[in-house]
Design a binder for this molecule. Structure first.
Ligand code: PRT
Ligand code: ZN
Length: 286
């Protein structure tokens, strides 16, 4: 019997919706009618394990799972023997140190001798070691942000995304320890059959991620401006140029990265392009 790649994902939480969406975009549909802990994919030789996010790095390190999707913050905190393969672009957040709003702060040295509460003692300990600053770290498992208010610690180190939790607890962010997002991790060693399945999985994931970072653009361009427009377009190859029914005009198609999008659009307009249409791309297979 041919092998299946075992993938561990978060069973429910902040990672689960985006993970399910990503898998669905690569043709792996997840249905858990009775909230089963395991599921076998019909369209890919894959078995999905639904677990708590904290357990994912350990399962992958121990070979209970071959691959996993989990926050990089959790991987680095646990520091397991796994390979971090790809950043997946969702569950973006940062691990930050925060102090009561009114406390003066000019740099990490101001934290010398302070008590900091966190669920990330490993990452925070390494950070202060690098900084050469001595602090006392209190490990607590939840509601870290209330620690200063109840006199448990001078400051905290916790995950921040919008920052509103800190503000509503009278805290200010003073240092970023880590920028994090969901990552694909894998066991150090996989047999050739599983390694080949992992390559296929990664190729499909990359085609979805690349597509999300690009847009397809169509525009009408006077023939006299085609050379200039072509220079502006940072597409994968030369743009597609097709004559329009109106004499002297062409339709130009190209793919542009999302991060340069507005600059490119402005330059194209200046160069004489009209009637621009911008379309999301579902997958990009290069
Ligand atoms: O039950 P299980 O153990 O599986 O899940 P969990 O409760 O431990 O984790 P979960 O689902 O809350 O988060 C999973 C992962 O999502 C984290 O490990 C991060 O990689 C990522 N992530 C992204 C976040 C946030 N954004 C986030 N905002 N994890 C937690 N938060 C919390 C943070 O702890 C704080 O309480 O949200 C609050 C801050 O949010 P803002 O928007 O107010 O700044
Ligand atoms: Zn967790």
């Amino acid at each position: 019997m041919s092998k299946r790649l075992r993938l561990a994902i978060q069973s429910s939480g902040r990672l689960s919706d985006s993970t399910t969406e990503l898998l669905s975009a690569i043709g792996i549909r997840i249905s858990r009618p009775d909230r089963k802990l395991r599921m076998v994919s019909e369209h890919f030789a894959l078995e999905v394990l639904f677990v708590r996010d904290d357990d994912i790095p350990g399962y992958v390190a121990d070979g209970v799972a071959d691959v996993g999707i989990v926050g990089e913050n959790v991987v680095l905190e646990k520091n397991p023997d796994v390979r971090v393969l790809d950043r997946l672009g969702f569950a973006r957040c940062r691990l930050s140190i925060a102090l009561p709003k009114a406390d003066p702060y000019s740099g990490p040295k101001d934290l010398e001798g302070k008590h900091i509460a966190t669920s990330y003692p490993g990452l925070l300990g390494r950070y202060f070691e690098q900084q050469g600053v001595n602090v006392t770290i209190h490990e607590i498992s939840g509601s870290v942000e209330i620690a200063p208010g109840i006199g448990l610690a001078d400051g905290i180190c916790d995950i921040v995304s919008s920052g509103s939790t800190l503000i509503s607890n009278g805290l200010k962010e003073v240092e970023t320890v880590l920028q994090s997002e969901a990552v694909l991790i894998a066991s150090q060693e996989l047999d050739p059959e599983l390694a080949a399945l992992l390559d296929t999985l990664r190729f499909r994931i990359q085609s979805v991620l690349k597509a999300g970072k690009h847009r397809y653009i169509l525009m009408n361009v006077p023939n006299t401006a085609i050379e200039r427009v072509t220079e502006i377009l940072p597409g994968m190859r030369a743009p597609t140029v097709m004559p329009l029914a109106t004499e002297g005009w062409s339709s130009v198609h190209s793919v542009i990265p999302e991060n340069t999008f507005w600059d490119v659009i402005d330059s194209l307009k200046e160069a004489g392009a009209e009637g621009m249409l911008v379309i999301p791309i579902e997958k990009m297979v290069l």
